[in-house]
Design a protein around this ligand. Sequence first.
Ligand code: ATP
Ligand code: MG
Length: 137
Amino acid sequence: MEQTLSIIKPDAVKKGVIGKIIDRFESNGLRIAAMKKVQLSETQAGDFYGVHRERPFFKDLVEFMTSGPVVIMVLEGEGAVLKNRDLMGATNPKEAAAGTIRADFAESIDANAVHGSDSLENAGIEIKFFFDKSEVL
Ligand code: ATP
Ligand code: MG
């Protein structure tokens, strides 16, 4: 059983598609092991995407991720990391396969609806970043 971190980003929360996105996870064998709605601070968003700090899009990314509340979840299931990335689709929604979350709910490479951990190692780090062990059930 794997766990991975998912974030429903501010664009999708504003659009009112939290339920539709969660349905994609639950319908595909991913259980919600933890969930909360939060407003990220600039520091939190910057630290979370710290690997991208030197990239040209970093400032826009932090601005976007703090532009409204997000829903943060721990998803659990067999091969959860890859399964979630498959359900999400490509980073740029214009390149995302039909039927993926980003193809269906995202507008642009900046406002791309969801985040998902990209490896099992990063999933562990990202889950710890947002949740205490006692909150993952
Ligand atoms: P996420 O980490 O949010 O799940 P990802 O793993 O598909 O997305 P990353 O390479 O980790 O993609 O980039 C993190 C975020 O930074 C992307 O979701 C996107 O919003 C933004 N981003 C990445 N590459 C670019 C780019 N070339 N131009 C603009 N924004 C970008
Ligand atoms: Mg990433």
